[in-house]
Design a protein around this ligand. Structure first.
Ligand code: FAD
Length: 302
């Protein structure tokens, strides 16, 4: 059990990845503190899909069930708050929260996710996760056969086009500025009856996040029901970087097969270090919990 503010493991981030790690650790009798600031990246989306047994539930319903099940293990404590700093100390790590609390642990897991940065287009943020979607597997079925746009350019547009064309034939590509598609890519997209619009988007008219019209800078408009778009995303927490963790070229925390970062005893799981999906966050969260328990068991066993 935890002694005052000292734990076997601190998990920063208590959404799908963090709770999954906590499940494996709690069931292994490890004292665990989860610190969570309550801002999962999918919070605006009305329904989450493509996660077996929970298809169509709201993001909050899924995390509430997870939290209820994890907190049945009385070695796990959940605190609402934001971890602001972290440092390596002898035999472990120290985490400080915004409210000034200080906690110590032998190992640490960052399950802190990513923060999406919307482009500077009026109406985009309000539609994000509702009628502006990023993933055909998560939300494509719900808008199948609808009037659909893809807002992307170059290789991303080229990646999206065949996937979305499989879900609707009423499809246009908006490159939001001069196209950077190669000639071959352009020809293939046009051959599939997808019109390419190179005009810049000025704003998106919507009602409660449901898209009504895309308005271009020249004030011309098109009416579509859904728009695929992958905004930039950054790490939600800067503590892994400040601790000295290494990152991939895409800005993800570098991890090994067991989710351990380049710093011994520091783990990362979920979106901050992997491809984005609830199922994957749960999967690699569990891997990090299992691996930490394994190393603690070996350390104790001598
Ligand atoms: C709009 C949208 C819709 C999506 N829809 C689907 C879908 O339908 N199906 C699907 O499989 N996937 C979907 N995804 C992807 C899915 O939401 C993510 O893969 C998943 O949420 C990742 O889980 P995570 O635990 O890694 O991160 P998150 O769920 O983002 O949670 C990270 C948590 O860490 C906390 N945190 C961050 N920094 C700190 C800190 N310093 N201190 C304390 N807490 C901190 C945050 O507040 C948050 O609670 C969607 C994503 C988006 C953006």
């Amino acid at each position: 059990m935890a002694n005052n503010n000292t734990f076997d493991v601190i998990i920063v981030g208590g959404s799908y990845a963090g709770l999954s790690a906590a499940m494996a650790l709690g069931r292994s009798l490890r004292s665990v503190l989860i610190i969570d600031s309550g801002k999962p990246c999918n919070r605006q989306t009305p329904h989450s899909h493509n996660f077996l047994t929970q298809d169509g539930k709201t993001p909050l319903e899924i995390s509430n069930i997870a939290k209820e099940q994890v907190l049945q293990y009385n070695t796990v404590i959940f605190k609402q708050g934001r971890a602001t700093t972290g440092r390596k100390i002898q035999n472990g790590f120290e985490i400080q929260t915004q409210s000034g609390d200080v906690y110590i642990s032998k190992k640490i897991i960052f399950a802190t996710g990513l923060k999406d940065i919307p482009p500077n287009i009026e109406g985009y943020s309000e539609c994000w996760g509702i009628s502006i979607i990023h993933c055909p597997y998560c939300h494509g079925y719900e808008v199948k056969n609808k009037k659909t746009g893809i807002m992307a350019n170059g290789d991303i547009a080229n990646h999206y086009a065949p996937l979305i064309a499989n879900l609707t034939k009423d499809l246009i590509l908006i490159t939001n500025g001069k196209s950077t598609l190669t000639e071959e890519q352009t020809n293939k997209i046009r051959k599939n009856n997808i019109k390419i619009i190179e005009k810049k988007i000025n704003r998106i008219k919507h009602e409660n996040g449901k898209m009504q019209q895309v308005v271009f800078e020249d004030e011309s408009t098109i009416q579509i029901d859904a728009l695929y778009s992958s905004p930039d995303a950054i790490q939600h927490s800067d503590i892994p970087e400040k601790l000295g963790c290494q990152f991939t070229e895409e800005g993800l925390i570098k991890v090994d097969d067991f989710q351990q970062t380049t710093i011994n005893g520091v783990y990362a799981c979920g979106d901050n270090s992997n491809k984005r999906a609830v199922s994957l966050a749960v999967s690699n969260g569990s891997i990090s919990g299992v691996h930490i328990n394994n190393s603690l068991a070996l350390e104790d066993f001598g």
